[in-house]
Design a protein around this ligand. Sequence first.
Ligand code: SF4
Ligand code: SF4
Length: 101
Amino acid sequence: MVEGMKKKLGWRQLAPGDLLGPATSLDFETGDWRTQRPIWDGEKCKNCLFCWIYCPDSAIMVKGKKMVGIDYRYCKGCGICAAECRFEAIEMKNEKGGGND
Ligand code: SF4
Ligand code: SF4
């Protein structure tokens, strides 16, 4: 080791910490954070599932390789799905009563 260089701790030397169990996000329904709501048009949808790939909240519902809707219990209204959809099948609208109408 070069003189004056600080020696880093290995992971075995770190104090044990808490671990969170998996899938805790399912316990928190974050849909009420939303100020905008994605509206899906099934007629325009081509089931490419880009929205499903990009949605950070896994709120795009898929059954049998087809999009079937949006789970508003978890959708935070970020608009990524609407931005990624090449077929304009998702449109962002203001939430009613959210002060943006
Ligand atoms: S990105 Fe658009 S066309 Fe593709 S599955 Fe989603 S809504 Fe349908
Ligand atoms: S608005 Fe954001 S969180 Fe909601 S479905 Fe689209 S990508 Fe997912």
